[in-house]
Design a protein. Structure first.
Length: 252
């Protein structure tokens, strides 16, 4: 995937209710995203809908992502999905450390274990980072830096280049409070500078960065043009095919 081509990922979370609705939504995205059209697009349905969604996007350029995976490859782990299982269903990307999962107890250490597992399976982890709130002293930068340091502890430069980092300030997720394009730009430069310190400049510049947090059709163009990231992770607005595709087109 060329980093210069934006990447838009739709995280459907625990939606929609029925398999039929999931199939319709997937078909709607696939129909609107014509074969040769940039940007890259992936959708992350809930695990129970993956198989149906996979059938609907099979003949399109829309790719499949998983919302999470287990630490385990199989065995007595009720209620989990393994990386092998989601790969078998056609998933190429796996979201790791989404704030909603971190709120449920997922730690930086868990994120690292999952990232290692995903890379071993040759899939791409989309690692979510981001502060809970902003403060005037800028302590949120330290928080983001710590998350990056923790991630970098186990990753060689070659591995770091393979992952996608989604900067998702928690205060902006599902709240309608979007970071401004200036905030996003500042964070893009900050993340690159931290990665430069931890690795080197070529590595920092080759990691794909996404922004996520209340991205909608009306703000996508400015966030993309001035925010300096390489795409979006979209929650709520990915549940309407028209809105999701409008966001994707805003990055063209
Ligand atoms: C998300 O869940 O990753 C997200 C960014 O959600 P929303 O777009 O609804 O803020």
């Amino acid at each position: 995937m060329k980093k210069t081509t934006p990447f838009i990922v739709g995280n459907w979370k625990l939606n929609p209710l029925t398999q039929k609705a999931a199939a319709e939504l997937a078909a709607g995205v696939a129909r609107r995203h014509k074969k040769t059209e940039a940007p890259y697009i992936a959708i992350a349905p809930s695990a129970v809908h993956m198989s149906e969604v996979s059938k609907k996007i099979k003949n399109s350029t829309v790719m499949l992502a998983a919302q999470s995976i287990s630490f385990y490859d199989g065995g007595a782990h009720t209620g989990e999905e393994s990386v092998g299982q989601v790969k078998d269903l056609g998933s190429e990307f796996i979201i790791v450390g989404h704030s909603e999962r971190r709120a449920g107890g997922v730690t930086d250490e868990d994120v690292n274990r999952k990232v290692a597992k995903i890379l071993r399976t040759n899939l791409v982890p989309i690692v979510c980072i981001g502060e809970r709130k902003r403060d005037e002293q800028g302590a949120f930068f330290t928080f983001v830096e710590e998350q990056l340091r923790s991630l970098a502890e186990q990753l060689s430069a070659a591995s770091m280049k393979k992952i996608v980092i989604a900067y998702e300030p928690i205060w902006a997720i599902g709240t309608g409070k979007t970071a401004t394009a200036e905030d996003v730009k500042e964070m893009q430069l900050f993340i690159e500078s931290v990665l430069t310190k931890l690795y080197n400049r070529p590595t920092a510049r080759s990691v794909r960065l996404l922004y996520g947090g209340s991205v909608k059709p009306h703000n996508a163009k400015e966030l993309h043009a001035d925010g300096g990231m390489n795409g979006f992770l979209v929650g709520g607005a990915s549940l309407k095919a028209e809105d999701f595709i409008a966001i994707a087109r805003a990055t063209e």
